[in-house]
Design a binder for this molecule. Structure first.
Ligand code: ZN
Length: 274
């Protein structure tokens, strides 16, 4: 659901009474006059009576903050040049994955797991889905799983300006989530539990999510594996294309899966394998 729709979906009666501690010098929001909180003109006994709620302007500010914080988490900058246009769909073992990923990008629905060995092009396709979503103005977070968990853990530091709950909420509720390199995260109980909570939330709410992994599915955390096995929600794609780096330079055509890895826009925080 788009944020604006989500905000509209809240059945809050029109705000009329303004909380009195508004700073008159604030660039005035016409609704709250800068107070950012509003009371509602409802009869005694109404659940909203006497309650202050966040004004539209405060909700918009929170949404902007949320988008900024997700941009910070996103690894997509390093993969901006991975698109469907520069993926060679004729590479043996990747044709079906290309078609399905492309269809998915047009209408992100359910879960997609791109499974295959190092260098098979799965991250390229996952990034292509995310880049397509960006063009469609769909809120998307592309995250490398171990990095994402590191970012979440860092919010516990006393110097962190972001609270864990806020960041976790932003990640789990983003409209489209791409989790790259599932299975390479730390096996600590903390990491396993947080990843499970994230995946389980997306599962319970049937939220569009793309995973890439080069691990055997049966080697993943049992709770995550069982959710990936729900065929009503999740499509598992096996990519059998060979590692592009094993192809001799002369055989490699421009646009071979992963060929753009040599010239990323920015060096990813972790050395990437495909
Ligand atoms: Zn306001």
């Amino acid at each position: 659901m788009r944020l604006a729709d989500a905000l509209r979906g809240q059945a809050i009666p029109p705000a009329v009474a303004v909380v009195r501690d508004a700073d008159a010098s604030t660039t005035a929001c016409p609704i709250c006059k800068g107070a950012q909180w509003v009371r509602h003109n409802v009869p005694v006994g109404d659940p909203m009576f006497g309650r202050a709620t966040a004004c539209d302007c405060l909700q918009a500010e929170r949404a902007r903050w949320n988008i900024r914080s997700l941009e910070h988490l996103s690894a997509l900058d390093a993969f901006r040049n991975r698109t469907f246009e520069n993926f060679d769909p004729k590479v043996r073992g990747a044709e079906e994955a290309y078609q399905i990923a492309r269809d998915y990008a047009r209408d992100p629905y359910g879960w997609l797991v791109l499974h295959g060995g190092v260098g098979c092009g799965k991250t390229h396709l996952a990034a292509a889905i995310a880049n397509h979503a960006v063009k469609q103005l769909i809120p998307v977070l592309f995250a490398v799983v171990p990095d994402l968990l590191d970012h979440l853990r860092a919010t516990y530091a006393p110097t962190s300006t972001v609270q864990y709950d806020e960041m976790f909420e932003g990640v789990r509720s983003t409209q489209l989530l791409v989790l790259d390199d599932l299975g390479t995260e730390s096996s600590t109980p903390w990491a396993q539990e947080k990843l499970y909570q994230l995946v389980n939330y997306r599962y319970n709410y049937r939220m569009p999510t793309v995973f890439t992994t080069n691990r055997r599915i049966d080697s993943l955390d049992d709770r995550i594996r069982s959710r990936l096995g729900d065929q009503a929600l999740c499509k598992l794609l096996e990519i059998t294309a060979k590692d592009f780096r094993e192809l001799k330079a002369g055989q490699r055509r421009p646009g071979t899966p992963g060929a753009a890895v040599d010239t990323p826009a920015r060096t990813p925080s972790r050395s990437r394998t495909d």
